[in-house]
Design a protein around this ligand. Structure first.
Ligand SMILES: Cc1cc2nc3c(=O)[nH]c(=O)nc-3n(C[C@H](O)[C@H](O)[C@H](O)COP(=O)(O)OP(=O)(O)OC[C@H]3O[C@@H](n4cnc5c(N)ncnc54)[C@H](O)[C@@H]3O)c2cc1C
Length: 485
């Protein structure tokens, strides 16, 4: 231990959490409520900036996330922040909407991210035994002999503060988000690299009218990824435009010329105004499968939580729900641990946590990327699947209830997801054979025709390609979730 650290020996916590975002704030509050004979846990929550964040992430919380918030005693964090109840989704293809309500009257909430984070932080600050410190963590403090992580070193955000302080604890939890600096230090060689799928470019529309109010809206546009819209305040509606790499050099013109004309007409003027008035913000949309922690590759004394550990495409708005669900399970398991410094006990806990969270996390992860591949279709087979998926939703009943229950965390089951995904694939093939599609007539006009028997041999070959594409989309994703090393 360096001389610099030794002055901090008196500040020893049970748990240090890095990052007071979605996961870190919820966990600090959750752990403060653990019933313990020895008195409340001493928890240090370190956050580089306690100012209200202004980001284009984490603005729609699915019903499954609301249920997790309730379990954590944090349900009131969506009160008093001008949050909007969300009753489901509306998917628009070629100007035609399909209604996808959440089942049984369940609702989610959408809001300004910063307001929600401040509400979570307020709860953490008021929690017993929690000390919230505004400081930027720069490194993990490791035992020079065993390599075990003993805490972190951080610089306080105070005028003139340059000295790094050590914040030591029996257990260090890293929840520093999607750009985590500590991911590979914690899980070592087992760390995977986030796979960049696309970017979301965001702006806020004023007083916009969505096709179905209080519903998340997904517009499927030609030649680009989907556009997502949801109301985040009485007068504010978020627009997120999916753009694949390489990003156009003039993003504003790209969106104005190629994307806005494909949105429902009521959105054209608010979207044009927002683009002119607002600074466009963008975020990478990455996929990062979770790595099992606590094994031989991982550092002892430390674990990852939230986006630092596991990410999915934000198209389905599942990140916060997964983070809260992880906190619910982790809290339950940590309540059974007497001594956080016993790594044998922690290791077995991490193993159980990893597999138990999978029911929800794997469902949401696979669905988000598979749906993104279909909705952002960039080849002919994916286009068939995209149309088939839209028509599957149009059938209503279980073809809507099943997928939306998976997306919203009401059903957590990769097996049910498998069933619906391949039902969509087979239905897409059926649609290809039996539904009218647009072709150009001899005089150059678009006309709708149903394929004749002569086209069947070609369609049969195309069906094999479509089915193969569905397998290529789904099976590798499933594999990332079930692999155990
Ligand atoms: C474009 C986009 C849109 C999204 N939309 C949604 C959505 O609508 N619904 C949804 O559920 N999910 C959404 N997500 C995902 C969601 O935002 C994340 O899953 C969620 O925020 C993860 O929470 P977290 O606590 O891991 O990270 P964060 O919420 O990002 O928190 C990390 C915290 O750590 C702090 N920090 C970082 N480094 C340090 C350091 N060195 N020292 C101290 N503090 C540090 C940061 O300041 C931050 O406060 C979206 C993601 C993207 C990219």
């Amino acid at each position: 231990m360096s001389a610099q650290d030794s002055k901090m020996w008196s500040v020893h916590y049970d748990i240090v959490i890095v990052g007071a975002g979605v996961a870190g704030s919820a966990l600090a509050h959750a752990l403060s409520t653990l019933p313990r004979e020895k008195g409340p846990l001493r928890i240090c929550l370190l956050e580089r900036s306690l100012a209200e964040p202004d980001r284009i992430v984490g603005e729609l919380l699915q019903p499954g996330g609301i249920a997790a918030l309730e379990k954590l005693g944090l349900a009131d964090c969506v009160e008093g922040i001008d949050a909007i109840p969300v009753h489901g989704y509306c998917v628009v293809l070629d100007g035609k909407p399909v209604h996808i309500p959440y089942p049984n009257g369940r609702t989610g909430r959408s809001f300004h991210h910063g307001r929600f984070i401040q509400a979570l932080r307020k709860k953490a600050k008021a929690a017993r035994g929690v000390e919230v410190v505004e400081a930027t963590v720069s490194e993990l403090v490791g035992c020079p002999i065993t390599g075990r992580v003993l805490g972190v070193r951080a610089t306080r955000k105070e005028d003139g503060a340059v000295e790094k302080e050590a914040f030591l604890a029996d257990l260090t939890i890293i929840a520093d988000g999607c750009f985590s600096n500590f991911r590979s230090s914690v899980v070592g060689t087992a760390a995977r690299k986030p796979e960049l799928k696309s970017h979301f470019v965001g702006a806020v529309l004023e007083n916009a009218q969505l096709p179905i109010e209080r519903h998340g809206t997904v517009v499927l546009v030609k030649g680009s990824g989907p556009v997502l819209l949801y109301q985040i305040g009485t007068h504010d509606t978020r627009i997120l435009v999916d753009v694949k790499a390489p990003l156009p050099s003039d993003l504003k013109s790209h969106i104005l010329d190629n994307i806005i004309p494909q949105l429902p007409s009521a959105l054209h003027i608010p979207a044009q105004k927002a683009l002119k008035a607002d600074r466009l913000r963008r975020m990478p949309n990455s996929f990062l499968p979770s790595t099992e922690q606590g094994g031989r590759h991982s550092k002892e004394g430390v674990l990852l939580l939230g986006d630092s550990w596991n990410m999915r495409h934000p198209l389905t708005g599942g990140g916060m729900m997964c983070a809260f669900n992880d906190v619910v399970i982790l809290r339950e398991y940590l309540s059974q641990v007497d001594d956080f410094s016993s790594w044998k006990e922690m290791s077995s806990l991490l193993h159980r946590w990893h597999w138990r969270r999978k029911a929800l996390a794997s469902t949401v992860n696979i669905l988000s990327v598979a749906l993104y591949d279909l909705f952002g279709a960039d080849d002919e087979s994916l286009e068939v699947l995209r149309i088939g998926c839209f028509k599957y939703f149009e059938r209503g009943g279980d073809c809507v209830n099943g997928p939306v229950s998976l997306l919203s965390g009401i059903i957590a089951s990769p097996a049910v997801l498998f069933w619906h995904f391949f039902s969509v694939a087979f239905y897409s093939i059926w649609v290809m054979f039996t539904h009218p599609h647009t072709v150009t007539s001899a005089d150059g006009k678009p006309i709708q025709i149903v394929p004749s028997i002569d086209a069947y041999p070609y369609l049969f070959i195309k069906s094999i390609q479509v089915f193969w594409t569905a397998c290529i989309v789904f099976v590798p994703l499933m594999w990332t979730e079930v692999r155990w090393w």
